[in-house]
Ligand binder design. Structure first.
Ligand code: SAM
Length: 350
């Protein structure tokens, strides 16, 4: 073995950053749950002040703040001993209508609770369904994805679809399939008050929360919910059927695509929101690809393996694989309508 010290040093630098990020994930979630970021966004504080303002223990808060400052998640002034959040840190960490990144770490911690089951699944090939995960997976997913939908769904993704915005404004019919906690459902119902939305998911607990989210947002009169799989949800004649970040999770995406095809109006549109990915592994070997492949190993592939169908597209399926699923179901038109750094937005039409 010939060790190149420069290359080893470079790798160890990556390792230290990753190790810090891994244990810092728990610290981010603690800061979120206890309102430490939110409070600090309001005004700078020394550790004792922040502890006092949040009803927490000063020694723990001191250690937490030091780690946060070392990671660049909070700012620190050695002259005053005070910590604070810059506007960018506050937008990313403390604002529910901003990026709200702690949700991503909640999703990570929730997913990692399944580590022993996933390790066993590597040996046996068994699946692990969405519903078998810790509830932080569902809430973390909602918190992580919702800001992207707030920023893009109504302002850019729907207008990018041929003729859809006009139909929904006039009172179209929408199905939101695999809706989770219903973040996208509520946004669509708010933006298009004349449209009727049926949201479905095969996970009962997620539907219960989604129904509550719609009631809290005052859109229960136009958003209905049902527990149903993507292969069985009810209704036909839809103008728009949407699958937000869930097609690749399914064991039978082709079956879902066929069901969506027959449920759509002849002039309808299937909006497919998927993680952004290239068609080759080499094209996905980057930080975003790493995030998705790693989530996929714990969440998406096991979920697909838990369902009938034999597919496990994974969270980096890429455009060619999604196009193929749509084509198998009889969709004749398929295009990439939009994209963000995290999502590809496809339009499929009969
Ligand atoms: C990553 S989450 C996305 C949830 C939601 N669409 C969002 O964007 O926040 C994937 C969702 O797909 C649902 N799901 C997985 N397989 C399904 C299937 N075969 N039919 C319906 N829903 C399914 C899960 O229960 C989960 O709510």
């Amino acid at each position: 073995m010939t060790i190149d010290q420069d290359k080893l040093g470079e790798f160890l630098g990556t390792f230290v950053a990753d190790l810090g990020a891994a244990i810092a994930a728990g610290n981010v979630v603690v800061g979120h749950r206890l309102g430490l970021y939110r409070n600090l966004a309001g005004a700078p504080a020394a550790p004792e002040e922040l502890a006092q303002r949040t009803g927490t223990d000063p020694r723990y808060v001191t250690e937490w703040l030091r780690g946060q400052a070392a990671g660049g998640y909070v700012s620190y002034d050695p002259a005053t001993g005070q910590f604070w959040l810059t506007d960018e840190q506050a937008y990313a960490l403390a604002d529910p209508d901003g990026l709200y990144l702690p949700g991503a770490f909640m999703l990570v911690l929730g997913a990692l609770r399944a580590e022993s089951q996933i390790t066993d699944a590597f040996r046996t090939g068994a699946g692990m369904g969405w519903q078998e995960h810790h509830e932080d997976v569902f809430s973390g997913c909602e918190m992580f994805f919702r800001p992207g939908y707030v920023a893009n769904l109504v302002s850019s993704w729907i207008p990018a679809l041929d003729g859809v915005a006009g139909k929904l404004a006039a009172g179209g019919r929408v199905a939101d399939v695999g809706c989770g906690h219903g973040a996208s459902t509520v946004l669509l119902a708010q933006a298009y008050p004349k449209a009727k939305v049926l949201a479905s998911d095969y996970h009962q607990a997620s539907i219960d929360i989604a129904r509550k989210r719609a009631a809290d947002a005052g859109v229960a009169d136009r958003a209905r919910f049902e527990v149903a799989s993507a292969q069985t949800f009810s209704g036909t004649g839809y103008d728009l059927i949407a699958t937000f970040d869930c097609l690749h999770d399914m064991g039978d995406p082709a079956g879902a695509a066929r069901h969506i095809r027959q449920a759509l109006d002849a002039d309808g549109t299937w909006l497919i929101v998927e993680p952004i990915a290239g068609d080759t592994l080499a094209g996905n070997l980057n930080p975003v690809g790493r995030v998705y492949y790693s989530f996929s190993t714990f969440l998406c592939v096991p979920n697909a393996r838990s369902q009938p169908g034999g597919y496990a597209l994974g969270a980096q399926a890429g455009e060619a694989a999604i196009r193929s699923v749509a084509g198998q179901a009889g969709f004749t038109r398929f295009r990439r309508a939009s994209e963000t750094p995290f999502n590809a937005i496809y339009e499929a039409r009969p």
